[in-house]
Design a protein around this ligand. Structure first.
Ligand code: SF4
Length: 226
């Protein structure tokens, strides 16, 4: 493994629900979401090498329950399954945060039981996907989503909403799609929280979505940061 990790959050009670975890922030991303809070990570030159990483991980055995692989986009790294296997062999659970654009890595890891939980970003409906993310191929995300549903993998789906780029109709389109695909997990609708330093030039929202216009009776829905 080359240097691929930008930084480590050594303790988190938030990034893997009901688990005490550490978060590995993988450098680089194949998207350019305008609301991204992690521009330092998206453009990062790599930082932490394997020896440093495993010295840290071994020091947390028995103290943390899980390691979260986040970023950036962790699935850009072809050796992610090997890393996840090494982490699990130390006794940790593994969660990944992903935009779903690398279904082959996701399938490989799920098939080998290397992932305990996944947070999958459903960035936008197909019609807006490329405009919002700069990623050209919605079908790769869809392939990951369908695979995880069919495998009955333990995962959540989430969308960050800034009302300059997504509205209630867009969210309802996503909900209908998830329902159509027989998604049984929880769909999190996350209200954008403004920071000064983001990837695009979005300003603070002038309005938030109207929750009364969101279809809530098709799938399990939770609202975050509202
Ligand atoms: S928010 Fe978008 S650009 Fe930022 S790390 Fe996630 S997928 Fe990449």
């Amino acid at each position: 493994m080359h240097k691929i990790i930008y930084d480590i959050t050594k303790f988190s009670a938030l990034d893997y629900e009901h688990h005490l975890s550490a978060v590995l922030w993988f450098a680089g991303c194949n998207m350019r979401c305008p609301y991204c809070h992690n521009s330092d990570i998206v453009f990062a030159k790599n930082n932490i090498n394997k020896n440093e990483l495993f010295t840290f991980l071994k020091s947390r055995v028995g103290k943390l329950e899980a390691i979260v692989l986040s970023g950036g986009e962790c699935t850009l790294y072809k050796d992610l399954p090997i890393l996840a296997k090494d982490i699990k062999e130390l006794g940790f659970k593994v969660k990944i945060d992903t935009n779903g654009t690398n279904p082959n890595i996701i399938k490989k890891m799920v098939d080998k039981n290397l992932i305990d939980f996944i947070s999958l970003d459903f960035k936008a409906p197909k019609e807006k996907y490329t405009a919002i993310t700069s990623h050209k191929d919605f079908s790769l995300f869809l392939e990951s989503l369908i695979y995880l549903i069919k495998k009955e993998q333990n995962f959540e789906v989430r969308t960050t909403v800034h009302t300059d780029i997504l509205d209630e109709n867009d969210i309802n389109t996503i909900i209908k799609e998830l329902h159509h695909l027989n998604f049984k997990g929880t769909y999190y609708i996350q209200n954008y929280v403004h920071q000064d330093k983001i990837l695009g030039n979005l300003q603070e929202q002038t309005k938030i979505i109207d929750k009364s216009k969101i279809i809530t009776n098709l799938i399990n829905i939770e609202f975050r940061n509202f």
